[in-house]
Write a protein that binds this ligand. Sequence first.
Ligand code: 16G
Length: 245
Amino acid sequence: LAPAGWLTGSGGPRYLQLRRRIQDAIADGVISEGDPLPSEREIAALTDLSRVTVRKAVAELVEAGTIIQRRGSGSFVAPNVARVEQSLSRLTSFTEDMARRGMEVESTFIERRVCPPSPQETFTLGLSAGELVARVARLRRADGRPLAIERASLPNSILPNPTDVDHSLYAVLDRMGLRPVRAVQRISAINIRAEDAELLDIPAGAAALKIERVSYLDSGRVVEFTRSIYRGDAYDFVAELQLSG
Ligand code: 16G
């Protein structure tokens, strides 16, 4: 193993010194995004620190999101992801939001079919007895980076062919004159489950936002019930508040 000069130095409690040196090495570009970190054992050998000290420094960096640990393959410098700032007051689509930022959207379909609704879909979409639901579930990327998983359910009477959704769901609704004009959105914090984490390329259990959107036509009819998982490290939701009076 080549001696890594950036791992040695002095000042303050030992694990904090090590933590700072690793942070400095990242800030200075000595090691960058996606680079593997030497193993705890290697760092201990290189620095003459105990493995307990090394583990403590690394654990703090993992906690801070600077380092990512993948079971079986070690530790890596976390990608320094730019955050997307998203307004909470405009009823726009993912495609429109990303286009406004000059970003290119790609979607991978996870599910796109007509099927019997779950009780929650029947209730939320206000389906009549026997009415089917159209489901469109997608992994959504902007400029190649996976940002969200969106699972949309619509009354089959509104979306007869979910396979019509090849790019933007709202563009399809627009064409049919069924673009929602109002929506209620609920945002909650979650720790992402393993299968969603894998799709979004983040560690299982990482912080994420679960967003439920129920959208309505002018007539009051529900158009969509969408459950989305957004990466916690990629999104800021911003709302403007006004003093009511
Ligand atoms: C947004 C909406 C989602 C909607 C989608 C349509 C949130 C949390 N979700 O991502 O409910 O179905 O846009 O996007 O904002 P599309 O027209 O690009 O398919």
